[in-house]
Ligand binder design. Structure first.
Ligand code: C5P
Length: 231
């Protein structure tokens, strides 16, 4: 069954803890990204874990294999469930991340590869030397490459998840932001899908921020999304 992850896009530990307590039992899984982690460091991960919640650490590691291996080990010791790396770090880096995660056995962090940031278009790819492939082709190629090199899954747009889940082996994780409940404000997301569509297309985890955090009743908003997901 697909799971809802709420993006804790806030700037302090206090705000994060307050939001998690307010949402209560409605959500079990939270994403901590660059803003919050840079402000508060690993203490905020411990604080959310101490509230009994699981953590997706979205720091998009991209460095030499040894550095990423050691960073994944640090994340494993913090007890995170999911973390992100850039697939452009290439085979040895992805392998190093997967091997470091494997040291934690059943409780290991699952490694998610970012393929092509959704903020990039064809011109941006050309700027960084990727020519002869559309962004969609690059996503598909990097998805095959990253999972083949040891990633447990992918972060992907809800518009990509159908094709990717058909192309890749069962058991691959598909973590999908850009999800908006039917009728919700889209904000700055351009390519969105409803929770039901994303799950139908193969998403295993949906990442939702503002539709929950900005709701008058965040717990009710999360439960409504879960109902749409069938979760
Ligand atoms: O508020 P919203 O639901 O748009 O938040 C989605 C979360 O997922 C944010 O933390 C955002 O940075 C992240 N994300 C995204 N699109 C991507 C990758 C990550 O919206 N392609």
């Amino acid at each position: 069954m697909a799971e809802l992850i709420v993006a804790l896009d806030v700037d302090s530990r206090d705000a994060a803890v307050r939001r998690v307590k307010e949402i209560g039992e409605a959500v079990d899984f939270y994403k901590i990204g660059l803003e919050l982690f840079t402000a508060e460091g690993p203490d905020v991960v411990r604080a959310i874990r101490d509230l009994g919640k699981r953590v997706f650490l979205d720091l998009k590691f991209h460095d030499i294999p040894r550095t990423v291996e050691r960073a994944v080990r640090s994340a494993g010791r913090l007890g995170v469930d999911l973390l992100t790396i850039h697939s452009t770090g290439a085979r040895a880096m992805i392998r190093a991340a997967a091997d470091a995660a494997a040291e934690f056995g059943e409780t290991r962090p699952r490694i998610l590869a970012v393929t092509v940031l959704t903020s990039l278009d064809q011109g941006d790819l050309a700027d960084v030397g990727i020519v002869g492939r559309t962004p969609a082709e690059q996503v598909a190629a990097m998805a095959r490459f990253a999972t083949g090199a040891g990633a447990d899954g992918l972060v992907c747009s809800p518009l990509e998840v159908g094709a990717l889940s058909r192309a890749l082996s069962a058991g691959t994780l598909f973590v999908t932001p850009g999800v908006r409940p039917a009728g919700a404000a889209v904000g700055d997301q351009k390519r969105v899908a409803t929770p039901a569509d994303a799950v139908r297309d193969g998403a295993t985890h949906l990442v939702v921020g503002r539709p929950v955090l900005a709701a008058a009743d965040p717990a009710a908003a999360a439960l409504a999304i879960r109902a749409e997901m069938g979760a």
